[in-house]
Design a protein around this ligand. Sequence first.
Ligand SMILES: [Zn+2]
Length: 153
Amino acid sequence: MDHVAQDARIIDLGFELMVHADDAGFLEKPDLEMVLSKWFGRAFNPLKVSRRLKEGGVIDLDGLVLEVLHTPGHTPGGICLYEPESKSLFTGDTVFSMGVGRTDLPGGDSDLLSKSLTKLLRFSESRGVEKIYPGHGPDGDLDDLVEMCGLYV
Ligand SMILES: [Zn+2]
């Protein structure tokens, strides 16, 4: 809910809603547990997902390329987006500069999150990630990513 509550308004403004295939169904036919509707005490109406993202997919925003990494654990369809020009990794709720995503909420899976963090470590080393921009909290750098992933894998 903290990431999707305003999606209907954003769609109304003409933007596309892109969601990993493993999470898209929770929004199109709302799963009120998965979107934390009851937890936040808010209604949630069905959304139209315009594109289902998958591992290895690319989002091209007029030349600004974002590579899709599937990083389940916080949710089944958790993703990170990598922008290669600036070597920036948008980590959503997978990893923060001071922690990792919760796995005690509906859809959470600590084993999957651990595997995703291992994957992010390998990816970051091979691609030279320099900055991370989490879904919550301050941005960070590769040292933060390595430290946080290292605590949970
Ligand atoms: Zn969040």
